[in-house]
Design a protein around this ligand. Structure first.
Ligand SMILES: [Ca+2]
Ligand SMILES: [Ca+2]
Length: 232
């Protein structure tokens, strides 16, 4: 051809250079030109944006790659990508089922909730997946129980993990029964030290202490007393 490319450049910046994480780069308004060794200049359109999808927080540029006559050259365009403070997993949890995110824990799960129901009810928005594990093993049957790990993955593959807390289920079998009452007794007597998740499950009245009130409250759980709000 005899007109080798000397260099490419962004001769017109894109309209949009400020992004929020997980957005895709928008080429609107951007112009890329090639300058050839014979001093001719031409507008390039069939370039490739290498890292313009699903932008990451803190990312400072996208790379524009163009191949001509088997030679690939790259040029960068500066951008800013800031953290998305809206639409995090706290907001997508379906509160009509009573679920609540408290720090790294999902609380307000009813005693004897089948895992399949929990998964189906947890998220109110499309495009999310939920996986439950216990001691590193995936579980799909029986009840969701205290200490299980709830992994939520959004449509772009970003994951967040929470620990499930079923109030009144301290030993982690998803049911509130005499075994759990015995554990509350052992915690109160300081015979056994609860883990964080166990403490949260045993602190039924949510006052950050394990007291006589929790001993009493768990009896209501176990008896499923009619008219008593078991969903806390
Ligand atoms: Ca239990
Ligand atoms: Ca308490």
């Amino acid at each position: 051809m005899g007109t080798k490319t000397v260099y490419y450049q962004v001769t017109k910046e894109p309209d949009k250079t400020d992004y929020i994480e997980e957005q895709d780069f928008d080429i609107t308004g951007m112009e890329i030109t090639a300058t050839y060794s014979d001093n001719s200049i031409s507008l390039i359109t069939n370039y490739i944006i290498e890292n313009g999808n699903n932008l990451e927080e803190g990312q400072t540029s996208i790379i524009i790659s163009y191949t001509e006559d088997g030679v690939t050259k790259k040029v960068a365009q500066s951008i800013t990508v800031t953290k998305n403070n809206n639409g995090n997993e706290d907001d997508i949890v379906d509160e009509q089922y009573g679920y609540n995110i408290k720090g790294t824990k999902i609380t307000n799960i009813k005693n004897k909730t089948p895992i399949s129901d929990f998964i189906n009810n947890l998220i109110k928005e499309e495009g999310y997946e939920v996986e439950i594990t216990k001691d590193g093993e995936k579980v799909t049957e029986n009840y969701i129980s205290t200490g299980m790990v709830v992994k939520i993955t959004n449509g772009r593959g970003k994951t967040v993990e929470y620990i499930a807390i079923v109030k009144g289920d301290i030993n982690g079998d998803g049911v509130s029964n005499v075994r759990d009452s015995l554990l509350i007794k052992a915690f109160r007597a300081e015979i056994v030290n609860p883990t964080d998740a166990e403490f949260e499950a045993a602190d039924i009245d949510d006052d950050d202490k394990i007291t006589n009130m929790d001993t009493k409250r768990i009896l209501f759980h176990r008896a499923e007393v009619i008219g008593y709000d078991l969903n806390y």
